[in-house]
Design a binder for this molecule. Sequence first.
Ligand code: COA
Ligand code: AMP
Length: 632
Amino acid sequence: MSYQQEYARSIEDPQGFWKEKADAISWFKAPQTILSKDENGIDRWFADGELNTAYLALDYHVESGRGEQTALIYDSPVTGSKRKYSYNELLDEVSRTAGMLASQGVGRGDRVVIYMPMIPQAAMAMLACARLGAIHSVVFGGFAPNELAVRIDDAQPKVVLSASCGIEVNRIIDYKPMLDEALSIAKHKPVASIVFQREQSPAALDGSIDHDWMTLLASAEAVGCTPVLATDPLYVLYTSGTTGKPKGVVRDNGGHAVAMHYSMKAIYNMEAGDVFWAASDVGWVVGHSYIVYAPLIRGCTTVFYEGKPVFTPDAGAFWRVASEYKVRALFAAPTAFRAIKKEDPEGALVQQYDLSALDTIFMAGERLDPPTYEWTVEKTGKPVIDHWWQTETGWAIAGNLAGVELLPVKPGSATVPVPGFNVQILNESGEPAGANEQGFVAIKQPLPPSCLPTVWGDIDRFRSGYLEQFPGYYVSGDGGYLDEDGYLFIMGRVDDVINVAGHRLSTGEMEEVVAGHPAVAECAVIGINDSLKGQLPLGLILLKNGVDQDPAELEKELVQMVRKEIGPLACFQRALVVSRLPKTRSGKILRRSLRQIAAGEEYAIPSTIDDPASLPEIEALMAEAGVISVPA
Ligand code: COA
Ligand code: AMP
């Protein structure tokens, strides 16, 4: 079937299309209702179907004769360890991990927060929750205790799972003290905190709710799969919004399983038995969907990599792993390839490895800039596919479908909408924009399976954040355009979200932290372009009257505050003291104009501005500080 036919069917007959895709997975009770509305009036898929996601990822394959096949390859250059788990072994580990959680009272609908580095136990923990019908919430290890505490208070977990430490390049990060600090900040108190001890830095387990993972596991009984409704949540994953409070994106079981299974073939062209590698982290949506769930649901072998694209030990790391395990599809963020290119511009290390098994390289998480695209194609000789997606959808909204029909590539474009996603560009008044006209990238409802049905515990935030701006549409928060051939170009966020090294962060949240400094009267944090990480935050600071603090000293203190409150992954490194911030007459900071100045773009002085001289003044300051980028 051609892409056009597949796409047209998904839009003209969504129920028929998705019923067919749902028939391809194994249900405990097959759904009779394909699309319906829930009590909030939100579209839901397969409402009366019953299944278990861990069953689909493990038991199903063991029962179908894949028990001896490798399910997961753990490769950890930071510890020098490698280990393969067959489907039989992974099923055994997950069943006992589920038993360990059940021994602490975890059951269907209970939440479990997972704060862990990239070790196989993290995947086992996620699958163990799924097995019990419990809801996991994984928090990325680079987040500071305060961020973890916010998530604990929102998710209200019965149990928290962690490890004694994570390992960055040449540096051990002790997780347990950060976890304990988070638990002391959080108002909600879990009944147990279970820690996996790593030999690189074991932790003291002396708290009243502390347990040693291996000790509990040794006495745990293997447990079977709890049937859940398709609409029951599988997980909550927090992502940055425009305010300081992260949003808990809810993922259901049924729609997610169907979309994961479909996408592995349609988008990535993967068959059961193939080796798939998403070089991300389980703390992000890419890790949930394409390190853990989709490859296993499809019966593939997933690579679980604890390392970086560079320095572990060199810029040949990706090529070494791809060649060693005969990876067929490699998926990573453009930042990773920019880092490799920086260290090995000629691609000399690529040549040292046999990449004959590698069919395709996929990139997502941020815009794939044409130079990085061209470099990767030239040095590897492989097709490179950009695809655009979000935590909210859990899978690609636009891409070039390797398993349906590959279309000609236009560098800078994520190619075409994925079947199920009716992507439209709307102007300010909600009318469809013409070809090549930039606007809000929106998706006409119904959204396909796997997309969020609510924000955890806050349906109003879901409605106001995504559905109310243009009735009948979901707004993505991204701006972009469709060209005359229907190719989608994503040009960046239209809100206060930035993307640093493929990590989604809220500038509003950083502003809240920076504003907490005693010398700061007011501030704006904006994203500026960075040749390695895509974007970096920049703080513009207005001091309180009468404060006389050395700007370099202040910058240092603010950097430390953001590291402590949000985490090192925010990469907040620059803060400039300004004498005034540009505002409208009603007092709103003109962030868009500030972003345009930093991007080196032409900017118009808005008619609503209170103090027209403030913008050129900041432009001069930014130029002096060397933070204005030269447009390509
Ligand atoms: N636990 C604790 N700290 C972490 C961490 C984790 N899991 N992940 C990152 N950090 C820390 C880093 O050590 C670093 O701290 P530092 O400022 O003290 O050096 C900081 O957070 C920033 O990390 P990072 O953005 O990863 O920068 P880096 O310079 O260490 O590495 C890259 C640069 C490009 C190699 C790296 O960003 C990368 O691999 N990017 C790809 C991102 C990705 O896969 N995103 C997933 C979305 S698909
Ligand atoms: P996250 O929810 O962390 O996956 O981040 C989603 C955001 O990352 C999107 O809203 C986009 O702004 C950006 N993004 C992800 N993939 C792409 C892509 N292929 N091209 C452009 N932007 C992307």
